[in-house]
Design a protein around this ligand. Structure first.
Ligand code: PLP
Length: 429
């Protein structure tokens, strides 16, 4: 199989349906799978044989999506789930228990921030937030009960690329995996190549690409030695009472380096139940097939839009990886040599009022909460996506009152610039 993403996006994980020879991945819209015999059923439940039991656990449509995205990220296996939020929560819950902690970057999507600062905290999992400007902050926040590091590759709104290799290298000798949310930069950066152990995506965004389906995915890099520091990772190295006392690092020995992802499927997904609908998996697969082309077009258009906006007198500041200086610029060069993604932010001289007028004046851009759609999108985070954060938390995640987030689409660049231009004219009146 090729290693080129353009080819993998079309061919990895699926050739044809063996029963019907269908080339498109069928939607296996079923809850359950007929067992061949009682022995077959018992073997499946005991994980002696791998196969389908029930769609909350596995489904052939989802399987094709999982294999394809795992191949694109350079991982060994993946688990598709109901949303990006479910994926974020499960990446942590698979390792951390009541009394444990993780260390996370401050640069996070507002929903992830809420999950970490409130819901996981209520479940007894502490999340310690540190500024990724200084990677050593992760080491300083670590103690004996730190189970993982967590960050976003290209976090909006700041759009400063996370130092993946630097933080992964701090964690590995301690037995601490780096979990990367790569939602904003599929194909542009592969976090496993830089030492991350687990990658997750909101499939809702660029991988799905068409604004039709919510989904999430967790990918196991198969590159992390979970047994090297058994006391650090008790969830994978001590008997699991929910699965006949299985010790996951031992139980999967015959299958491959997949302890983390098998445990996520057989315990966390089994128990919390946030399974992806096969219908959504089918729609997301259609998106994945063209993601290489789209990421190229998003990156080109967003760079052109950033340059255009920098030249406009109404704009105080343009936030785009190309406008960073110092260590931010170095990291952009290191991690995003093949394109800087489709996101771009602006702060207007007229502050909050100008921001609102600007968004109301947009004609082609959609005013929506999403990012990564093929269409161009805009939103005012302080009053929407980040509104449940207090002002200090908003400031920590980079949301100023006048910030407008743009998700630049793949329309013709002339139409994108024309719409931005006329909305800026309207906002300054
Ligand atoms: N991670 C990032 C970076 C996101 O932008 C989002 C959604 O906006 C999520 C996770 C959550 O994904 P979902 O909306 O699919 O639950």
């Amino acid at each position: 199989m090729s290693t080129h993403p353009e080819t993998l996006a079309l061919h990895a994980g699926w050739r044809r349906d063996e029963a019907t020879t269908s080339v498109a991945v069928p939607i296996y819209q079923t809850t359950s799978y007929q067992f061949n015999s009682t022995e077959h059923a018992a073997n499946l439940f005991a994980l002696k044989e791998l196969g389908n039991i029930y769609t909350r656990l596995t489904n052939p449509t989802n399987d094709a999506l999982e294999k394809r995205v795992a191949a694109l990220e350079g991982g060994v296996a993946a688990l598709a789930v109901a949303s990006g939020q479910a994926a974020s929560a499960m990446t942590v819950q698979n390792l951390a228990r009541n009394g444990d902690n993780i260390v996370a970057s401050t640069d996070l999507y507002g929903g992830t921030w809420n999950l970490f600062a409130n819901t996981l905290k209520d479940q007894g999992i502490e999340v310690r937030f540190v500024d990724p400007e200084d990677p050593a902050a992760f080491a300083r926040a670590t103690d004996d009960r730190t189970r993982a590091y967590y960050a976003e590759t290209l976090p909006n709104p700041k759009l400063r690329v996370f130092p993946i290799a630097e933080v992964a290298a701090i964690g590995r000798p301690l037995g601490i995996p780096l979990i990367m949310d790569n939602t904003a930069a599929p194909l542009l950066v592969r976090p496993f190549d830089h030492g991350a152990a687990i990658v997750m995506h909101s499939l809702t965004k660029y991988l799905g690409g068409h604004g039709s389906s919510i989904g999430g995915i967790i990918i196991d890099g198969g590159n992390f030695d979970w047994e090297a520091h058994p006391a650090r990772q008790p969830a994978l190295n001590t008997p699991d009472p929910s699965y006949h006392g299985a010790v996951w690092t031992q139980a999967v020995k015959g299958i491959g380096p997949v302890a983390y992802i098998i445990k996520a499927r057989t315990t966390i997904l089994r128990d919390l139940g946030a399974a992806l609908s096969p219908f959504n998996a089918f729609l997301i697969i259609q998106g994945v097939e063209t993601v290489a082309l789209r990421m190229r077009a998003h990156s080109e258009n967003a760079l052109a839009a950033a340059k255009f906006l920098q030249g406009r007198p109404e704009v105080d500041r343009v936030i785009h990886p190309s406008t960073l200086t110092g260590v931010g610029a170095e990291r952009t060069r290191k991690y995003l040599p093949n394109g800087m993604g489709g996101l771009c932010g602006i702060e207007l001289k007229g502050g909050m009022e100008a921001g609102k007028k600007f968004i109301d004046a947009l004609k082609m851009f959609y005013h929506v909460a999403n990012i990564g759609d093929a269409r161009s999108l805009a939103i005012h985070p302080a009053s929407t996506t980040h509104s449940q954060l207090n002002q200090a938390e908003q400031a920590a995640t980079g949301v100023s009152p006048g910030y407008v987030r743009l998700s630049i689409g793949i329309e013709h660049i002339d139409d994108i610039l024309a719409d931005l231009g006329q909305a800026l004219d309207a906002a300054s009146k």
